[in-house]
Design a protein. Sequence first.
Length: 294
Amino acid sequence: MGLYEPDKNYAIDTHFHANVFRRPHTRRRRIAAQLSRYTTHLDGLCSTEHAYKKPLEAYDFLCEMVGHYGLELTIVAGVENISREGVEVIQLFDSRAALASSLKEFPAFSWSIHDALDMQSPDCVTILPHPFSPSGTGIVSGIGFDRASQLLSHFDYIEMSNGSFLEVPLDALPRTKFKEQVEKTTQFPEELMPCGVGRSFGSDAHRPEDINLFSTLTKGYDESVFQALTMRQNLKPILRTIAEFRAVGKISRSLLTSSIEYMQKQDYKLASKSAKGHGARSSLAERARSRILG
């Protein structure tokens, strides 16, 4: 057996949304072409589409994109799941089959964040994204600090910084609860980190050009990306420079994307009750998306 030789330059984005849900084929082709250019600096990309936006379809799209363009890019199967309380948790898997099985076991909005320990298994790596997110999808903003602090150690990783908030002009904001939440989403407080939990950094990008923040993963040459992630590493952040990252319009688009996703969450909830209600909300979200995001 040879010596363990880690590759310390493995760049991976642990939080990415393909955002092809309900997109026409022409739009998907454009996204694939753009993504093939904007991922040249990456070795790995975690497919973490929202649970209510067909994460299996998003994973398949990314795998097909890699094959079509002949990229040396590993796609990790995953989902950004959401609990009954509205708190989001990223789940990563070593295979598509494991992702499909988990989606059946933990459908969106069907499980409680207090039962998050049930998600733990050798086949699943969990990341707690944007814990202080002002949207309420973060665990602290969703269920309160006291209750959240009791659960932090149940996850493999905590997202220390979320790329969607990096361009918010904090200096221009008044000192409010919103500003504090954004600051702690941009940089999770070190004093709150539980022992034994890894640190991750992700772009949370919904467009290829918004991949602005990713991580360096320590990985052995004969080790899979998923196996390396199971080690609960303290990943190191990599931030693209402003010259490389087209920040113009990101803030407004991020906010509009959040609004559209809110409608899609409602679509998902209504679909389980009434197909007629689902159709009404779906058309609303579709019209908003086509007008805003193109």
